[in-house]
Structure formats: structure tokens, C-alpha cells
Design a protein around this ligand. Structure first.
Ligand SMILES: NC(=O)c1ccc[n+]([C@@H]2O[C@H](COP(=O)([O-])OP(=O)(O)OC[C@H]3O[C@@H](n4cnc5c(N)ncnc54)[C@H](O)[C@@H]3O)[C@@H](O)[C@H]2O)c1
Length: 290
């Protein structure tokens, strides 16, 4: 039985507006090796949420396969993790490369137990201004990619006795933002695909979930996003950190989530909870008095 390792202060390294100063260092996570012995393949693991997920899953005992089109960056993440990680070159939109990635994982660690379909791209344009190229890129990476991942993992996991597929969606799937229409549609597609796959694969021992981040500080969201006034009107009043999404992904992949499938876990600081009507109704004074 692995010995528990106690760590404190997770996420305390976030930007200003992260955990309130008074709370920093108080948050304690018990890392108990709950992914010990699992083989996890994470797409888009060179950067952002994928890299944070690879690190967190390795901390929890998993052997991780860092898959990305940016092989050199994925290899750096894997080498920082150590012997429990390898990097593979994978363009998620290319079917033959999925076969290669799963074969590499099997060769290094054994059959894949957990697939995290995280790789994604963003294009900003109004629906009517979206070019064919933007549309095709979004569909091929954000929708065809996870579909190919689910199909590859679903077949392999049903043959090897089960597993977990965690897809990374977005809150914009149900709460769209202007200029992210096609991106939002790809994330809505993932949500629908997740439910169907969960129905079909559940009886064969495979759980399928979606994690829905709000705005998270990563290369995708851009360097200026952390200071965006938009975040001040979220319930938690700040942008999220990649490690906070990684925690939810790791939970969904673990046996603690053993009765969770076909559904979504939202990690959005309150984005989808609602909006404060600050200037409009004078609610600000009510908030300030509490
Ligand atoms: N950052 C956010 O605010 C946010 C919010 C909601 C959802 N998401 C989703 O989270 C996931 C991760 O986003 P992130 O913010 O970490 O982005 P990021 O840009 O920081 O990282 C994305 C990774 O995916 C990789 N990638 C891109 N195309 C690929 C392909 N064809 N094959 C394999 N890898 C590919 C990139 O090389 C990169 O390493 C994405 O699916 C994104 O849509 C992000």
C-alpha cells in the first residue's frame, strides 16, 4: 500500500487574484497514490492544462504518456516528471498516429487505463466571418481528435477490461461567448459524444466524462487574460489555474469517481452560476455590505 504524501499550499503559486492571500498555504491535499499503477495518455500535454494534468497524475502514482504535436515541449514535460513519463508525437486529428501513440504507451508501461482528450485549439471570429480554414481546424482538432481518441481508447479498454476517458470541454458549450461560436460548437459536440459513449461503453467497464473549464491561465487564453476585468464579476473573482482543472481531471479518472459517467464537471469559478447586476441594479452596495 503506497504511503500517503501530505502536501500543502497547492495553487498558491497563482497570479495576483488567485487564492486569497489569507488562504494561501492553508489548502491541504492528501496525495495518496490513488492513480498508482494506472497508465494515462494525455493529449496536448506540452502546455497548459495538459501539462498540469500530466504532472498531477504522475504525483498521484500514474505512469503518464505526454502526447502532443509539439513533441520537444512534451518531451521536456516528460523529462521533468521523470521515469514515470514518456513523450509521444501525436496529431490528434490523424487516425494512424493514435494507433502509434497507444502502441508506444503499451510498449513503455502497458495498456492505457486513462485517456485524457485535452488537446484543443481556439479560433476567434464571429460565426459569419469564420473562414473555411478556421472551421476545418477547429473541427479536426477539437472534435475529430477527441472522437478518434474515444474510438481508439474505447476499443482498447473494452478489450483490456475497462478504463476511463476524460474529455476536456468548455463552459462556452452552453454559455457561448461572441466570436467563439464554432469553438463552442466543437465543445458542445464533445458533450454529446461523451454521453453517447458513456451509454455504449459503461456496460463494458469504461467511464466517460467531460471536464468543463471556464477561463484558465494558459498559453491558449493569452498573457493578458489574467487581468481581464471579466474575471472580477465571477463568483470567485479571478481566473482559474491549470492545476485546478488538472485536479478535477485526476479526480474524474480516479476510483473516487467510480459512479460518475456520462456527465460534466464544471471548473469555472462561478462563470455559469450567473452574473452580478452591479451597475444596473445597485447590487454592488448590497455585496459590499455583506
Ligand atoms: N484555457 C482556457 O481558458 C480553456 C477554457 C476552456 C476549455 N479549454 C480547453 O482545455 C484544453 C487545453 O487548453 P489549454 O488552455 O491548456 O491550451 P494550450 O494552448 O495551452 O495547450 C493546448 C495543447 O494542445 C496541443 N495541440 C494543439 N493541436 C494539437 C493536435 N492537433 N494534436 C495534439 N496536440 C495538439 C498544443 O500543442 C498544446 O500543447 C483545450 O481543449 C481547450 O479547448 C481551455
Amino acid at each position: 500500500m503506497p504511503q500517503p504524501i501530505h502536501r500543502t499550499g497547492d495553487h498558491a503559486d497563482g497570479p495576483p487574484g488567485g487564492l486569497r492571500e489569507a488562504d494561501q498555504g492553508k489548502r491541504a491535499i492528501v496525495v495518496d497514490g490513488e492513480l498508482e499503477g494506472r497508465v494515462a495518455l494525455i493529449t496536448g500535454a506540452a502546455r497548459g492544462i495538459g501539462a498540469a494534468t500530466a504532472r498531477r497524475m504522475a504525483e498521484l502514482g500514474a505512469m503518464v504518456v505526454c502526447a502532443d504535436v509539439l513533441f520537444e515541449e512534451a518531451a521536456t514535460v516528460a523529462s521533468e516528471i521523470g521515469d514515470a513519463a514518456i513523450a509521444v508525437s501525436l496529431d490528434v486529428s490523424k487516425e494512424p498516429q493514435w494507433k502509434g501513440a497507444f502502441a508506444a504507451a503499451r510498449g513503455a508501461f502497458g495498456p492505457v487505463d486513462v485517456l485524457v482528450n485535452n488537446a484543443g485549439v481556439m479560433e476567434t471570429a464571429s460565426v459569419v466571418d469564420t473562414t473555411d480554414e478556421q472551421f476545418d481546424r477547429l473541427i479536426s482538432v477539437n472534435f475529430r481528435g477527441p472522437f478518434l481518441g474515444i474510438r481508439t481508447a474505447g476499443r482498447e479498454m473494452t478489450a483490456t477490461g475497462g478504463g476511463v476517458i476524460v474529455n476536456v470541454g468548455s463552459v462556452v458549450a452552453t454559455t457561448p461567448v461572441e466570436t467563439l461560436g464554432v469553438y463552442a460548437a466543437t465543445k458542445g459536440g464533445i458533450a454529446a459524444l461523451t454521453k453517447a459513449a458513456a451509454m455504449e461503453l459503461g456496460p463494458k467497464g469504461v467511464r466517460v466524462c467531460v471536464i468543463r473549464p471556464g477561463t484558465i491561465a494558459t498559453p491558449m487564453s493569452g498573457p493578458d487574460t489574467a487581468d481581464d476585468p471579466f474575471h472580477r464579476v465571477l463568483a470567485l473573482g479571478r481566473i482559474g489555474q491549470a492545476s485546478e482543472v488538472a485536479d478535477a481531471i485526476a479526480f474524474a479518472a480516479s476510483d473516487r469517481a467510480s459512479y460518475i459517467t456520462g456527465t460534466e464537471i464544471t471548473v469555472d469559478g462561478g462563470w455559469t452560476a450567473g452574473r452580478y447586476a452591479l451597475e444596473v441594479t445597485g447590487a454592488q452596495s448590497v455585496l459590499e455590505s455583506t
